[in-house]
Each structure stands twice: as structure tokens, then as C-alpha cells.
Design a protein around this ligand. Structure first.
Ligand SMILES: [Zn+2]
Length: 87
């Protein structure tokens, strides 16, 4: 059965056979976003999800979603470390 999904780029509601967060029209945007992440990782290979998100101004949850989908192999990082400062 098709699922009702919400596109995280344009906010459109659409039906898909699997859980998706991006509609067909915005598929290109997601590919571009993913390419930006890959480029970032080439420059900063030891980045974790939080650092990538901050460096590229992308939601950390989107990065983690890529990790969960198996498209990215990086550490998720510690959410609580954001703005926490080092002791
Ligand atoms: Zn869309």
C-alpha cells in the first residue's frame, strides 16, 4: 500500500511506495545536497554528522537519515555537544 509522505523541500504531500522525504520534483535537490555532503567529507574526512550539518547549513536529522539509509558512513556525533564547549 502506498504511503503518504511530505516533501521536506517543497512541503508537498505525495504518495510513495516506500518511506520518502522528498517528492519527484525535488529529487534533484536531494542529489545536489548529497553531493555537497560528499564534497565536504572529501575536504574534512573525519567530520561527524553534526559537523557536516553545521558546515553545510543542513539539518543534522537529514544527515542522520542518509546514514540510516546506508548512503553515508560517518559518525553521528553527539547532539549534546552543540554549543556546549569543551571542558
Ligand atoms: Zn518537493
Amino acid at each position: 500500500m502506498a504511503k503518504t509522505c511530505l516533501c521536506r523541500f517543497c512541503g508537498k504531500v505525495f504518495n510513495a511506495w516506500s518511506n520518502r522525504t522528498c517528492c519527484n520534483e525535488c529529487q534533484q535537490k536531494e542529489e545536489e545536497e548529497f553531493e555537497r555532503i560528499e564534497n565536504y567529507l572529501n575536504r574534512y574526512p573525519n567530520s561527524n554528522a553534526i559537523q557536516i550539518a553545521e558546515g553545510l547549513d543542513i539539518s543534522p536529522f537529514d544527515i542522520i537519515r542518509y546514514i540510516d539509509e546506508g548512503r553515508l558512513y560517518v559518525s553521528k556525533g553527539e547532539f549534546k555537544s552543540i554549543g556546549g564547549g569543551k571542558k
